[in-house]
Design a binder for this molecule. Structure first.
Ligand code: 3HC
Length: 285
C-alpha cells in the first residue's frame, strides 16, 4: 500500500515526465493528462526512453521496466483523473493557466483527492483559493531531472491541513526523496537562493568578465557544482528561468531578481535551452 494509490499528473513536459517516472518506479499507479494525443504519446515515449537508458546502464532489469510501464497511462480527458488520490499539476508557470487547471480538477476529482502544484514561484494560496478544498492543496516541488534530484519541497500555505502536509511528505519519502517543508513564499528555498546566482552569471557574461565556458568551468571547479550556471539555465529552460525571476522580482522587489536583459532577449528569440536545442549552448538532440 502506498500513501496515494493512484496519482494524476497534469502536463507532459520535462517535469511531468520526470515525476511520472519517479512515481511508477516507486510503485504508484500514474495517469498523465496531456493537452493533445501527440503530446500524450510523446511523454510516454520519453518515460520509456529514460527507463530503457537505465536498463542499458545495468541499473534496472528490463522486466522491471515493463512492470513500471504497466502502471503508467496517458489521457487527454481530465475526467480520467477523477478517482486519483493525489493530482500534481506541472503545467507552464503562468498563474491564469494553473488557476484554471486547479479549478477544473476541484470540480472533477473526488472530495478526498489532494491537489498539488509543482510550481516554483506562484503563491499556493492563490491556487488553493480557486478550490472548495483549500485544506487539501499544497506544493510538492520536484527538481529537474526529477528521477535524479533528491529534494522535494513541501509547501505549506496558511490554510492547508497538517494531514495533507504529512501525506505529501510520506509520498515524497516513498518516491525515495528527501522532503523539506517550506512556507508559501515565491521561490521557496532553492529557487530563491539559486536564481539570483544564475541571473548574476548572465549579467557577468553581459559585462564580458569571462566567457560562458569560463564561468561554467569556474563554478564547477571552484564550488564543486555538478554544472555551471549556463549549462544549468539550459537544463531548466530559459523561459522557466525568466518566469521564476519575474515572480521573485514581483514578490520581493529586490533588484537582484530583475532579469538580465540578455535572458529576456534570448527568450524572445525562442532560444530556450535544451528543449529548443539552442540556449547558451547548442544541442544535437
Ligand atoms: N532522467 C533520468 N535519469 C537521468 C537524467 C534524466 N533526465 N539525467 C541524468 N540522469 C541520470 C543518469 O542516467 C546517471 O545515472 P547513473 O549515474 O545511475 O548512471 C546520472 O543521472 C548522472 O547523469 P550523467 O552521468 O548523464 O551526467 P552527470 O553526472 O553530469 O549528471 C545531472 C547529470 C544529474 C543533471 C547533474 O549534472 C546535476 O545534478 N546537475 C544539477 C541539476 C540541478 O541543479 N537541478 C536543479 C535545477 S533547479 C529546478 O529544477 C527547480 C525548478 O523549479 C526550476
Amino acid at each position: 500500500m502506498t500513501e496515494f494509490e493512484s496519482l494524476g499528473i497534469v502536463g507532459s513536459g520535462i517535469m511531468g515526465s520526470g515525476i511520472a517516472e519517479t512515481a511508477i518506479d516507486s510503485g504508484h499507479e500514474v495517469v498523465i493528462l496531456a493537452r493533445t494525443p501527440q503530446s500524450a504519446q510523446s511523454v510516454l515515449r520519453s518515460v520509456q526512453a529514460s527507463l530503457s537508458k537505465r536498463v542499458e546502464k545495468g541499473h534496472k532489469a528490463s522486466s522491471q521496466t515493463e512492470e513500471d510501464l504497466s502502471r503508467l497511462s496517458v489521457t487527454t480527458e481530465i475526467a480520467d483523473l477523477s478517482n486519483c488520490d493525489l493530482v500534481i499539476e506541472t503545467v507552464v508557470e503562468d498563474i491564469s493557466v494553473k488557476s484554471r487547471i486547479i479549478n477544473d480538477l476541484d470540480v472533477v476529482c473526488k472530495p478526498s483527492t489532494v491537489l498539488a502544484s509543482n510550481t516554483s514561484t506562484i503563491p499556493l494560496i492563490e491556487l488553493a483559493a480557486k478550490t472548495k478544498r483549500p485544506e487539501k492543496v499544497c506544493g510538492i516541488h520536484f527538481f529537474n531531472p526529477a528521477p535524479v534530484m533528491k529534494l522535494v519541497e513541501i509547501v505549506r500555505t496558511l490554510v492547508v491541513s497538517d494531514e495533507t502536509i504529512q501525506r505529501a511528505r510520506r509520498f515524497a519519502l516513498e518516491c525515495g526523496k528527501e522532503p523539506v517543508e517550506v512556507s508559501d513564499r515565491a521561490g521557496f528555498i532553492v529557487n530563491a537562493l539559486l536564481f539570483p546566482y544564475l541571473n548574476n552569471a548572465i549579467k557577468m557574461l553581459e559585462m564580458n568578465v569571462a566567457s560562458k565556458e569560463g564561468i561554467d568551468t569556474a563554478m564547477r571547479g571552484g564550488c564543486g557544482f555538478p554544472m555551471g550556471p549556463f549549462a544549468l539555465l539550459d537544463l531548466v529552460g530559459l523561459d522557466t528561468a525568466l518566469a521564476i525571476l519575474n515572480s521573485l522580482h514581483e514578490e520581493f522587489g529586490d533588484p537582484n531578481y530583475s532579469p538580465a536583459p540578455l535572458l529576456k532577449r534570448m527568450v524572445a528569440a525562442k532560444m530556450l535551452g535544451r528543449k529548443s536545442r539552442a540556449g547558451f549552448y547548442s544541442y544535437e538532440n
